[in-house]
Design a protein around this ligand. Structure first.
Ligand code: XLS
Ligand code: NI
Ligand code: NI
Length: 439
């Protein structure tokens, strides 16, 4: 099947058996006064959708991502650009995200790379206007090329640091040029394989140096969007410095960069770090660092970043619950950092995958709104901490209590036993009841 044979994907409702239709994602449907489109802010990942061809450690590509015939490398990337916008248009996705090296062929020098980028960026700009699409965020791929074997900003070689800086500068320039509302730093190869050869202190200082330069440059050149760090604990390196939300926030605070960055939380990275997706979102939210989301899911039995399209509705529901609690997205959105499986190799599979992901997040949003409306979970949590609303609890949270006053209080109390049940099983069954309702 060719791209032009794929119809525009439309909402047909849960009763439809047409694979090329949305069952739950109804863009205009209002949830709490806001359309699903505005709540979810879906984005297409350029790398997985237009570039990844199914190559894995044990086998070559299974998918043809050439999107027509091409005489030259530039033509190939122009074909990808046209296909990108046709795909977004057919899926009714408003945003996209890219790395510099996804959109244009690499040249022999950074100058040649930049020239290629300029030519494609003007095409993208034209296509964005034509199709009315927006850039959610841009980033630089400072991990694929062999020069980055030791890292980019954390490389032991200063020339590599300089090269990465040049790449980041250009990626910021084109993000600004395309009106991007965000710029992402995912730590690529910023980490280590062994401490035996690693000056961790210098590497972390240098990583912060590049981030500071990027912020200063971008702000001086009119970038008003958000900067994000995307945590990930491992892969490709054994230990990635941006391990998880907590490690990233500690790093940002040490270098005084916490006001300049928010977090881009990826589901599969959360689970690799031994956290749930919701944990990472919650941690970002309560620290005022919730920014954007890379929507995908991992496989419980595999220890790597499988980047599968999200279909686990418990996960999408608890994710959207956090998003609602955060007051929704501002500059961020839901980027499908996800790829069809190697064996799902047809063009149609790209659409079936996005439909699966978008419908799963639409369900997640509907359920999250129902959890809020139902109120039992919120009420339970409120009640569970009620002892801090008055008496000694209020003294503790208001800062009135001291170690001495609490000691005096405790000496008068006698034995203290837990009074309440955590009722986890009950709450899990409430969630099921909200999710599944009547059958
Ligand atoms: C890789 C990351 C990457 C970032 C963008 O694991 O998820 O795709 O999202 O560089
Ligand atoms: Ni990602
Ligand atoms: Ni990832």
């Amino acid at each position: 099947m060719e791209l032009k044979q794929i119809p525009k994907i439309r909402y047909e409702g849960p009763g439809s058996k047409n694979p090329l239709s949305f069952k739950y994602y109804d863009a205009g449907r209002l949830i709490n006064g806001k359309s699903m489109r505005e709540h979810l802010k879906f984005a297409m990942s350029y790398w997985h959708t237009l570039c990844a061809d199914g190559t894995d450690m044990f086998g070559r590509g299974t998918m043809d991502k050439s999107f027509g015939t091409a005489e030259s490398a530039m033509d190939l990337y122009k074909n990808k650009a046209h296909a990108a916008f046709e795909i977004m248009d057919k899926l009714d996705i408003d945003y996209f995200c890219f790395h510099d090296r996804d959109i244009a062929p690499e040249g022999a020098t950074i100058g040649a790379c930049n020239e290629n980028l300029d030519e494609i960026v003007s095409l993208l700009k034209e296509l964005m206007r034509q199709y009315d699409k927006k850039l959610l965020w841009g980033t630089a791929n400072c991990f694929n090329h062999p020069r980055y074997a030791h890292g980019a900003a954390t490389s032991c070689e200063a020339d590599v640091f300089a090269y990465a800086a040049a790449q980041v500068k250009k990626a910021i320039d084109i993000t600004i040029e395309l009106g991007g509302s965000g710029y992402v730093f995912w730590g690529g190869r910023e980490g280590y394989e062994t401490l035996l050869n690693t000056n961790m202190e210098l590497e972390l200082d240098n990583m912060a140096r590049l981030l500071r330069m990027a912020v200063e440059y971008a702000r001086a050149h009119g970038f008003t969007g958000d900067f994000y760090i995307e945590p990930k604990p491992k892969e490709p390196t054994k230990h990635q410095y941006d391990f998880d939300a907590a490690a990233v926030l500690a790093f940002l605070r040490k270098y005084g960069l916490d006001k300049d960055f928010k977090l881009n939380i990826e589901a599969n990275h959360a689970t690799l770090a031994g956290h749930t997706f919701a944990h990472e979102l919650r941690y970002a939210r309560i620290n005022g660092a919730f920014g954007s989301i890379d929507a995908n899911q991992g496989d419980m039995l595999l220890g790597w970043d499988t980047d599968q399209f999200p279909t686990n509705v418990y996960e999408t529901a608890l994710c959207m619950y956090e998003v609602l609690k955060a007051g929704g997205f501002t500059n961020g959105g839901l980027n499908f950092d996800a790829k069809a499986r190697r064996a799902s190799m047809t063009l149609e599979d790209i659409f079936l995958s996005y439909i699966a992901g978008m419908d799963s997040f639409a369900l997640g949003l509907l359920i999250a709104a129902k959890i809020e409306a139902d109120g039992r979970l919120d009420e339970f949590v409120r009640e569970r901490y009620a002892s801090y609303k008055s008496g000694i609890g209020l003294d503790i949270v208001s800062g009135k209590a001291t170690l001495e006053s609490l000691s005096e209080y405790a000496l008068r109390m006698g034995e203290v036993k837990p009074l309440t049940s955590g009722k986890q099983e009950y709450l899990e069954s409430v969630l099921n009841q909200i999710m599944f309702g009547n059958f």
